[in-house]
Design a protein around this ligand. Structure first.
Ligand code: NI
Length: 177
């Protein structure tokens, strides 16, 4: 079911989320389905459970070829529960981000270039990957939602924060936000 996405300013987005305790349940499968449906409807690169007002540590992400991110390399579709992120070096890089909870805006955010993420899928099977670049960026963005952090809180240069149709006029037709 497509759910409403909370927008920045809603205090529920600032709350840390709780770990999932039981895997393979109908409730968890229903949550994952709602996340899939909602992300697909919005053509997002990722979505975290607190964005649909469910305060659990569940994120999904993946990019095939997105009109919202035409230059982004593909990221495999992933459902990640109770994630733990570990940077593999201190190196960070800047890149543009948007968020379905911050519609109409884009900003440049520093993120770790390489990291390891671990967690579980909906059935409780372990996931562990070492990723870099845009894949690492998307994982950091989504997992930040579980800490109650939205990307503007990670920004350092607010001259590189603006409305999508101003900053990326070529996306104006393709992207709702
Ligand atoms: Ni987001």
């Amino acid at each position: 079911m497509i759910r409403d996405v909370l927008r920045m300013g809603d205090p529920r987005l600032w709350q840390p989320s709780a770990p999932v305790k039981r895997f393979g349940t109908p409730e968890l499968e229903s949550l994952l389905q709602d996340l899939r449906d909602t992300m697909a409807a919005q053509t997002g690169a990722g979505l975290a459970a607190p964005q649909i007002a469910v305060p659990l540590q569940v994120v999904i992400f993946g990019v095939e070829k997105s009109a919202r991110y035409p230059d982004a390399p593909p990221v495999p579709y992933t459902e990640l529960i109770n994630p733990v992120l570990t940077p593999l070096s201190d190196e960070m890089e800047d890149g543009w981000e948007g968020c379905l909870s911050v519609p109409g805006l884009r900003g440049v955010v520093p993120r770790y270039t390489e990291l390891r993420y671990e967690g579980f899928d909906g059935q409780g099977a372990k996931i562990a990957r070492e990723v870099s670049g845009f894949h690492a960026r998307v994982a950091q963005h989504e997992c930040d939602h579980l800490l109650g952090i939205l990307y503007p809180m990670r920004m350092r240069d607010f001259t590189r924060f603006g409305f999508t149709d101003i900053v990326f006029p070529e996306l104006a037709d393709a992207a709702a936000d």
